[in-house]
Design a protein around this ligand. Sequence first.
Ligand code: ATP
Length: 356
Amino acid sequence: MAELRIAGVTKSFGAGPPAVERIDLRFADGELTALLGPSGCGKTTLLRMIAGLETPSAGRIELGGADITALPAHRRRFGMVFQNFALFPHLSVAENVAYALSIAGVAKARRLARAEELLELVRLPGLGARRVGELSGGQRQRVAIARALAQEPDVFLLDEPMSALDAQLREEMQVELRLLQQKLGITTIVVTHDQREAMTMADQVVVMSKGRAEQVAPPQEVYRNPANAFVAGFIGKANMLPATAMGGAARLDCGTSLALSPPAAFRDGAELVLACRPEWMRLASGPGPNRLPARVAFVRDIGQVREIHAEADGRTLVCELPFSAPERPRLGETIHLEFPPDMLRAFPARDRAEVA
Ligand code: ATP
């Protein structure tokens, strides 16, 4: 199969900042990439350019080394699934699935046989004669997937494919879609604003903000080593602390110095933002290096974890312990939060806007 690449892709819709700005990406053969970011960050616009439904203002889109930037959507052999599934209500399930084949002039018997094969693939065998209106949300989504796969597309594009489904079904369909994608080995791009969805399905996550790609990496890397404070705050939870660089360590406004491992490569006096995930923090028995006294403001047990909210350095920090942890501090108690040096991430001051 051919590799998809985009280089310097930009889209402006008139005055104001571009909706998508100079994005370079490589979509490895057979891998699933999630375009993840808050509302309005340009995910759909980027997907639509890849699909050929929108023309880039600048940049290049390549498939197998060939420039397809100006190739119209219907000549790209890309399968698409939209947010609302966009099924034809007046057609049967099988006719919906075989729609592209009927446009391509494939004979009726052959296209209905192919539709049945695809319905089996998406675990809806025997439902071909039904009307779309007689299906549940999850079944409709499977029909939309089957329809997009009918022409054996080179690339599979999905725009918020789970957003019409309720929470439980969404989780099931994420797993199902991922398994199907891996079975078919089809290069896939999924737009989502749901980080759990991206983490469940993707080989590669593109975290977007304001038209730009902030980080492109596998899910674990994005979580463990966020490229900047925006990514740290958008993916999972993070405690953010403003600090000043001093001899490779970071000094908080309250005067406490926190060691970083490896030491931060910032000049002394540079303004920083520190990030530490709640489950990376520890509860220490007393004062010590990389510890910060904090006053307990709230404690809750939520399933597998115990969350301790505590005030320090003028903000509320959250520390997460396993539910079985012996420590359960009382409200108002002074505790000592420890930041393991190798679990602190330091970012330059331009990221300070991300500190709540
Ligand atoms: P959402 O998650 O809300 O769908 P998104 O990340 O997919 O958001 P886009 O739909 O790509 O974001 O929009 C990016 C920006 O481009 C937004 O500011 C949007 O208003 C703007 N935009 C998108 N399409 C058009 C258009 N056809 N004309 C003008 N502006 C547009």
